[in-house]
Ligand binder design. Structure first.
Ligand code: PMP
Length: 410
C-alpha cells in the first residue's frame, strides 16, 4: 500500500554519496559554452583539456581493421595480451623501470584508475587519509570523498613553479595516511616535479612504508624542458607506486578511452575492479592503442612541437595583458596565469567572477582556480587556459582578454 499522501510517482532519496559526488567542472563549463555557441555567440574556448589534433591515421586504420576482423567481443578485464606487453615495454623504457606485462592493466581511460586505486588502498569511513595536489584534477578529491577517505590537500605554490614543497608533504603525513597522489606534468598548472623534488619525496616516503603512491603521468610525453622523470624510477618507490599513463593525451585519443596502470602488487585488484564495472576497455580501442604504442611516433613529436610553440605564444601574449602574469609551464598543455591584479582592474570579486564576465562580455571560455579545489591561501587568483587550440584562436582569445581588461581599467 502507498504511504498516505505520497505522490504515486515519488522518487526515493539518493544516498549521501550520490548527492554529494563531485564533478569535473570542465564538462559543466563546456556545456555552457556549447549552449552559448548554439545560441549564435562567438566563443573562443580554452576550457577543455584535450588535444585538438586528429588521432593519427595508422591508429584509425588499426581500429577499422579490428572491427572488420571481428575483434569486437569482450577481452580479458586486464586487456589484450598484446597491448599489456607493448604498454609494459613502453612504460618501462620511458621511465627506466622494469615492468612486466602482468603488471599492466588496461582501462577505459586513465581516469577510472583514480577511483580503483583509492578504493583498493583505503577503507570506508575509518579515517584513512589521502594526500593530493591542490590545485589539481578535481576527480582526485571527489573520489577520495566518495570512497569515504579523508582528503588532505597539499598546496602547489606559484613561488615553487607549482611543485609542492616536500617539507609540506612531510608535515601532512600521519599514521593514517594511506595514499599520496602525484601528478607531473600537472593539470591545471603545467608544473613539473623536478628530479630533486622526486628524490626528496622518496626520502620522506621511505620513513612511511604504509603509504602507496598514485603517479598520474598522463602528460608524460608532454614535457618541454628536460626529461620526464617518474618517482617509480627511485628503487625504494617502484613496488608501491602505481604508474598511470594512457592514450588520451599522447596520441590524441580522448574519446577512444584507453589508459594504463602499472603496479605488480595492485594489478590483480585493479583488474577485479574492471571486472566489476566496465568488464574491459573497448576491444577496438585496445587494438588501436596497440598501433599507437608500437607504430611510428612522428605524430607525437609533431604534436609536441606544436604544443611547445603554442605554450610560448600564449605565455608571451598573456604577460602583455595588464594585470596578468604567467609563468612558463614545463609540461602538459595548460597555462595558469595569475589574474589577481586583472580582477581588481575590472572590479571582479575573484577569479570565478572574472571567468564569468570574460565569457559573457568577451566570449572567452576558461576555467577558474576554484574548479580545481580550494584556492591556495596567499597565492592570489588564477584561471586555466588549455592551449590545445590553434595559434589563431590563441591570438584572438588573448586579444579579447586584453581588450576586456583595458576597457574596464579606470
Ligand atoms: N589525469 C589527469 C591529470 C587528467 O588531466 C586527465 C584528463 N583530463 C585524466 C587523468 C584522464 O584521462 P583519460 O582520458 O585517460 O581518462
Amino acid at each position: 500500500m502507498n504511504a498516505p499522501h505520497a505522490p504515486i510517482n515519488a522518487v526515493p532519496h539518493l544516498s549521501r554519496r550520490g548527492e554529494s559526488l563531485g564533478t569535473e567542472n570542465a564538462f559543466v563549463v563546456l556545456a555552457q559554452v556549447n549552449a552559448l555557441a548554439r545560441a549564435g555567440k562567438d566563443i573562443v574556448s580554452f576550457c577543455i583539456g584535450q588535444p585538438d589534433f586528429p588521432t593519427p591515421q595508422n591508429i584509425q586504420d588499426a581500429a577499422i581493421a579490428a572491427i572488420r576482423g571481428g575483434k569486437h567481443g569482450y577481452t580479458p578485464s586486464a586487456g589484450i595480451d598484446e597491448l599489456r606487453a607493448a604498454a609494459a615495454r613502453d612504460i618501462g623504457a620511458r621511465r627506466g623501470i622494469d615492468v612486466r606485462p602482468e603488471d599492466v592493466v588496461v582501462g577505459a581511460g586513465a581516469k577510472p584508475f583514480i577511483a580503483y586505486t583509492i578504493a583498493s588502498v583505503t577503507d570506508y569511513g575509518v579515517g584513512d587519509e589521502v594526500i593530493y595536489p591542490v590545485p589539481g584534477f578535481p576527480i582526485y578529491e571527489s573520489q577520495i570523498v566518495a570512497n569515504g577517505a579523508v582528503p588532505v590537500p597539499i598546496f602547489l605554490r606559484e613561488s615553487r613553479d607549482f611543485a609542492f614543497d616536500p617539507a609540506e608533504l612531510e608535515a601532512k603525513i600521519t599514521p593514517k595516511t594511506r595514499l599520496l597522489i602525484l601528478n607531473s606534468p600537472q593539470n591545471p598548472t603545467g608544473g613539473i616535479l623536478s628530479s630533486a623534488d622526486l628524490d626528496a619525496i622518496a626520502g620522506i616516503l621511505e620513513q612511511h612504508p604504509q603509504i602507496w603512491v598514485y603517479a598520474d603521468e598522463i602528460y608524460s610525453r608532454l614535457v618541454y624542458e628536460g626529461r620526464f622523470e617518474s618517482l617509480a624510477a627511485r628503487e625504494s618507490m617502484m613496488a608501491r607506486t602505481i604508474v598511470c599513463d594512457g592514450a588520451s593525451k599522447t596520441w590524441a585519443m580522448t574519446g577512444w578511452r584507453v589508459g594504463f596502470a602499472a603496479n605488480r602488487a595492485l594489478a590483480p585488484a585493479l583488474t577485479r575492479w574492471i571486472t566489476n564495472t566496465d568488464s574491459c576497455a573497448s576491444q577496438i580501442s585496445q587494438w588501436a592503442a596497440l598501433a599507437a604504442v608500437e607504430g611510428p611516433q612522428d605524430s607525437v613529436d609533431e604534436m609536441h612541437a606544436r604544443f611547445r610553440e603554442r605554450r610560448d605564444l600564449i605565455v608571451r601574449l598573456l604577460n602583455q595583458v595588464p594585470g596578468v602574469t604567467c609563468k612558463s609551464p614545463g609540461g602538459a598543455f595548460y597555462a595558469w596565469p595569475n589574474v589577481t591584479q586583472a580582477c581588481r582592474r575590472v572590479g571582479a570579486a575573484d577569479s570565478e567572477a572574472f571567468r564569468k564576465r570574460l565569457l559573457d562580455e568577451a566570449g572567452v571560455a576558461v576555467l577558474a582556480d576554484i574548479h580545481f579545489g580550494r584556492r591556495v591561501p596567499g597565492d592570489g587568483q588564477h584561471v586555466r587556459f588549455s592551449y590545445a587550440a590553434s595559434p589563431q584562436a590563441i591570438e584572438n582569445g588573448i586579444d579579447r582578454l586584453d581588450a576586456f581588461v583595458r576597457r574596464h581599467t579606470a
